[in-house]
Design a protein around this ligand. Structure first.
Ligand code: ASP
Ligand code: MG
Length: 408
């Protein structure tokens, strides 16, 4: 039997009865032979309530260091209660908070959004947590919290106990990370916004990261950075009081080193086509007309962007003549679009990194060196994890090298 990291969110330990249920599910798993390490959040809305109290009492002058210290009390409380409940069921347990000698999560001193020192944390997990598991003790570790090199408490940012769970799972080389929460799993969309939402049996890490980044609340977007492909992971509801219940399995990632920046240049030449018309933003169905026309003709679009009076599309150069023809047909058939142009040869450079989520100024980092070298950017598009830059074909290699130099 393997190592399981079980993380309990605030609601799943929201009242005494739920804490008891959580403890029982942990002890059950342990009795079936697993080594169980527990990560727990603050009970219910404790963190929100502390923030409100501080606002009303101290006000704006509170320092980050003070606030981190105050917020840490939520998790300092919940680990003690949960650990004592586990012990009441007859199994040895030890709570671990940032003041414990055995505390594993080490960070920098950015008190409210601390960055994790992966190496030091791994070393301390090996030294302390593995030992407890081997002794048959169930460690109950504060989620959300860290400790800096001066011994001060830090926090990993709101919702950070998901990060704690996957981080500890990674350091332990766990077999499974189980996130116990107040929903049955990941839903196809927010059920409060659309009542046809249904639970997904599985989702990939890549999909989950994008879902979280665009606002889904189930899991902290940074948590999955620490998910190794071989570690099983799932999100389940606390209601069943059973860690083996089915929820949503999180699969992957397919490319575990996506954490570093990958920069690539498309080896083929692209061509740019600009379709022009008046007030395109306010006209319905224009993009649909264009993309269905393109799809009907089996053409692949490498990029599309929309503006007030034009829509630009990128095709492989070898398909551009055909694309030009079929889009021209579309333009002359209706009166929304007036004309189109087939432009120069284009190089496409993609920069992909999950680090983009919390790196301010990343686009400037990419575009500044191009500007300094007089390279004109024909088009740029960005999402949470990728930036795609289109430049003139003759500038392609140079732009690629410049971006590589700055980012790697
Ligand atoms: N208690 C912290 C918060 O509310 C961390 C967490 O629950 O993940 O943000
Ligand atoms: Mg949470």
């Amino acid at each position: 039997m393997g190592i399981v990291v079980a993380k309990f969110g605030g609601t799943s330990v929201g009242v005494g009865e739920r804490i008891h249920k959580a403890a029982k599910s942990i002890v059950n798993e342990y009795m079936q032979g697993s080594k169980v390490a527990v990560v727990v959040s603050a009970i219910n809305k404790t963190t929100d309530e502390s923030i409100k109290l501080v606002k009303e009492s101290v006000g704006e002058s509170v320092t980050d260091k003070q606030l981190a210290g105050i917020l840490s009390m939520g998790e300092m409380q919940s680990v003690r209660i949960l650990s004592a409940t586990i012990e009441s069921l007859g199994v040895k347990s030890e709570y671990i908070d940032p003041f414990s000698e055995k505390w594993p999560v080490i960070t920098d001193s950015d008190y409210l959004e601390a960055k994790i020192d992966r190496e030091e944390t791994k070393r301390r997990v090996d030294e302390h947590i593995v030992k407890l598991l081997d002794q048959g003790v169930i460690p109950v570790i504060c989620g959300f919290l860290g400790r800096d090199s001066d011994g001060c408490v830090t926090t990993l940012g709101r919702g950070g106990s998901d990060v704690s769970a996957f981080l500890i799972g990674h350091c332990l080389g766990a077999d499974e990370v189980v996130i116990v929460t107040d929903v049955k799993g990941v839903m196809s969309t927010d059920p409060r916004k659309l009542n046809t939402a249904r639970k997904l049996d599985k989702i990939t890490v890549e999909e989950m990261i994008d879902l979280a980044n665009y606002g889904a609340q189930v899991l902290h977007p940074n948590a999955l950075r620490y998910k190794d492909p071989q570690i099983k992971a799932k999100i389940i509801s606390f209601e069943y009081g059973d860690l083996r219940v089915q929820g949503t399995d999180i699969i992957g990632p397919a490319h575990p080193d996506d954490n570093i920046v990958t920069i690539s240049i498309l080896p083929e030449k692209l061509s740019i086509i600009a379709v022009v018309g008046e007030n395109l933003m306010s006209k319905r169905g224009v993009i649909a007309d264009i993309t269905s026309k393109v799809a009907e003709n089996n053409l692949t679009v490498y990029g599309i962007s929309t503006g007030e009076s034009s829509i630009t599309l990128f095709f492989k150069k070898s398909e551009a003549i055909k694309a030009h023809e079929v889009l021209h047909d579309l333009v002359i058939q209706g009166d929304t679009l007036s004309s189109l142009s087939l432009g120069q040869e284009i190089a496409m450079i993609s920069v992909v990194s999950h680090e983009f989520i919390d790196t301010p100024g990343i686009i400037a980092n990419i575009t500044n060196p191009l500007h300094d070298n007089d390279i004109n950017i024909v088009e740029l598009s960005s999402s949470q994890t990728a930036v795609v830059v289109f430049v003139d074909w003759n500038d392609g290699e140079k732009a690629y090298e410049l971006i590589k130099e700055t980012l790697q």
